[in-house]
Design a protein around this ligand. Structure first.
Ligand SMILES: [Zn+2]
Length: 228
């Protein structure tokens, strides 16, 4: 299981948690929602130290989010600056990236192409088959959350139906995005099964096949060993 870091409030606690729970790994992120402040030299040093920790399997969440709300108004230029800084960090520590993107896919791909050689995953995929194809052509993985169980999520459903199984991951995004039967209540990792069942049904296959493939994909992408 991989916990996700978003910013200074949970990057270090994520490592502390991973140290306590066997089999748990974590990531170091600077989410676009908190990308307004540029990364100072001191913070850069701290992020690098944290990202190099053996419990840290990826740099993320990082990315671009143009879905502006009362809570999130970080200008695009500031997001792009922080995103580039974090992509540079991922190259430096040699770890894959966990991408958060909403309504910003073309800009995100353009910046990503400035940093060749990075591997990673489009977390909580919210695009469609065409967008998935662009990500897959760059060798990236696609991760599906509870949204694939929503009857009106046509783009996501289409992508989950056809992308190659060897580049698929699943996740919860909890406490957000509970699967359809739990909408309106907080999400939790144990509800992931509903997402997996939905993907299996879409593809006319078994839950076991989706489980086996996504487990192996996570091991491959995040270079997990089972020592913990
Ligand atoms: Zn996200």
């Amino acid at each position: 299981m991989i916990n996700i870091g978003d910013d200074g409030t949970d990057n270090r606690p994520g490592i502390e948690l991973a140290e306590q729970i066997p089999g748990l790994r974590t990531t170091i992120g600077r989410h676009p929602h908190s990308a307004g402040e540029p990364i100072s030299a001191d913070e850069r040093r701290e992020l690098r130290e944290l990202a190099a920790h053996p419990s840290v399997v990826a740099v993320g969440e990082i990315g671009l989010d143009y879905h502006f709300t009362e809570y999130h108004r970080t200008p695009a230029a500031a997001q792009a600056r922080t995103f580039r800084q974090m992509l540079g960090l991922a190259q430096e520590v040699g770890k894959p990236i966990v991408l958060h993107t909403r309504d910003a896919f073309p800009d995100l791909i353009a910046i990503l192409d400035e940093f060749p050689g990075l591997q990673g995953v489009f977390h909580c995929f919210s695009g469609n088959s065409a967008i998935a194809a662009e990500a897959l052509s760059r060798g990236f993985y696609i991760s599906f959350a509870g949204t694939v169980t929503y009857p009106t999520a046509h783009g996501v459903i289409g992508a989950a139906s056809i992308i190659p199984l060897d580049h698929m991951l699943v996740e919860t995004d909890s406490p957000f995005l509970p699967p359809q039967s739990r909408r309106g209540t907080p999400n939790a990792p144990r509800y992931l099964i509903e997402t997996v069942e939905r993907i299996a049904a879409l593809r006319g296959t078994t839950v076991a096949e989706i489980e086996t493939a996504t487990r192996q994909n996570a091991i491959d992408l995040f270079r997990l060993n089972h020592a913990g």
